[in-house]
Design a protein around this ligand. Structure first.
Ligand code: ADP
Length: 280
C-alpha cells in the first residue's frame, strides 16, 4: 500500500463524460441516465446521492465496465473503460455475498492479488498492511461467518485497499449494519482515504452520510438522470461524528442537499413522460 500525504493533486483519475444509458429499445425503452458528466481528481473523496431509482447502480455498472453505456465515455486514469478496469476496487453493500465463506479472512484479501499476479512476498505485505489498516490484524485466520457484519465489511474494504486501486468505488457499503458500526466504518473510510490518498467514489442514499464523508457531493436527479448540483463540502478535513454533525455548517449543507432531493422527487414530468419525449 502506497502511503501518500497530499490529496487532490489536480489530475483526474475518474472522468465521466456525457454518459447516457437507456435500457432496451422501442416502446419499452427505459431511459435511466439522460446525460451525466463529472470528474474526480486524484485523491478526492466524492459522494453521490440521489433518490431511489436515480440511476446510481446504473452509473456504477458503467464505471466498473459491467454495463456498456448507450452514449458517452468513462475513463479511469485516462483509459477508456470497455470492461472491468484494472485500477478499480469495489466494495459492495452485500458483504455477506462478496466474501468466500470457506476462505479465511487472510485468503479472502489475498485472492485478487494472486489473480493479479502479485508475488508471494508482496502479497503477504499488502495483506498484513491492509488488515492492520482496518483493525483486523488479529482476525486473519478467522472465517467470515465467525465475524460480525461490520467486521465482514472491514474485510471487504481491506481486500479492495490491498489491491491498490486508483479508484475505490463503494456502493452503499454500510446500508446493512447498525448505526454505531456504520459510524465507525464511516470514520474508517475517512482515515484510509486521508492516509492512502486513494480516489474514493462513495454512493449512498443517506444524505447525512454523504455530507459527513465527502469533499464534494454530487446530487443526482430522478431518472432520466442528470446532475442537479455538485456541492462543495467546505467542512474541516478532520471530522468527528459528534463535533462535525453538530456543526451549523453541516446542518446547512445537509438541508441544502435534502431540499435538492425533495425538489427532484416532486418534479414533473414523470420518468415515463420523459421516456416518451426521448423516443419522440
Ligand atoms: P438506483 O441505484 O439509483 O436506485 P438504478 O440504476 O438501479 O437506480 O435504476 C435506474 C432506473 O433504471 C430505474 O428506473 C430502474 O427501474 C431502471 N433499470 C435498472 N436496471 C434496468 C434493466 N436491466 N432494465 C430496465 N430498466 C432498468
Amino acid at each position: 500500500m502506497t502511503t501518500r500525504t497530499s490529496n487532490t493533486t489536480g489530475t483526474a483519475s475518474l472522468q465521466v463524460e456525457s454518459l447516457q444509458k437507456t435500457y432496451g429499445s422501442g416502446p419499452d425503452a427505459v431511459r435511466a441516465i439522460a446525460d451525466l458528466s463529472f470528474a474526480a481528481r486524484t485523491g478526492e473523496l466524492l459522494c453521490i446521492v440521489g433518490p431511489s431509482g436515480a440511476g446510481k447502480t446504473t452509473l456504477l455498472k458503467c464505471i466498473s465496465g459491467l454495463l456498456a453505456p448507450t452514449g458517452g465515455v468513462v475513463r479511469i486514469a485516462g483509459r477508456k473503460v470497455t470492461g472491468p478496469p484494472e485500477g478499480l476496487g469495489i466494495v459492495f453493500q452485500e458483504y455477506g455475498r462478496s466474501l468466500f465463506p470457506w476462505l479465511t479472512v487472510e485468503k479472502n484479501v489475498e485472492l485478487p492479488l494472486r489473480e493479479k499476479g502479485v508475488t508471494r512476498a508482496v502479497r503477504r505485505r499488502l495483506v498484513t498492511e491492509s488488515l492492520d489498516a482496518v483493525g483486523l490484524g488479529d482476525s486473519r485466520d478467522a472465517h467470515p461467518w465467525q465475524l460480525s457484519g461490520g467486521m465482514q465489511q472491514r474485510v471487504a474494504i481491506a481486500r479492495a485497499v490491498a489491491y491498490e486501486p486508483q479508484v475505490l468505488v463503494m456502493d452503499e457499503p454500510f446500508a446493512a449494519v447498525d448505526a454505531q458500526t456504520r459510524a465507525d466504518l464511516e470514520d474508517l473510510v475517512r482515515s484510509l482515504w486521508s492516509r492512502l490518498g486513494v480516489t474514493v467514489l462513495f454512493v449512498t442514499h443517506d444524505i447525512d452520510e454523504a455530507v459527513y464523508l465527502g469533499e464534494r457531493v454530487l446530487v443526482l436527479s430522478r431518472r432520466p438522470t442528470v446532475l442537479m448540483e455538485d456541492v462543495a463540502i467546505d467542512l474541516p478535513i478532520e471530522r468527528d461524528q459528534v463535533t462535525t454533525r453538530s456543526d451549523a455548517r453541516f446542518a446547512a449543507l445537509r438541508t441544502h442537499v435534502y431540499e435538492l432531493i425533495r425538489a427532484t422527487q416532486q418534479a414533473s414530468p414523470d420518468a415515463s413522460a420523459a421516456d416518451a419525449s426521448a423516443r419522440g
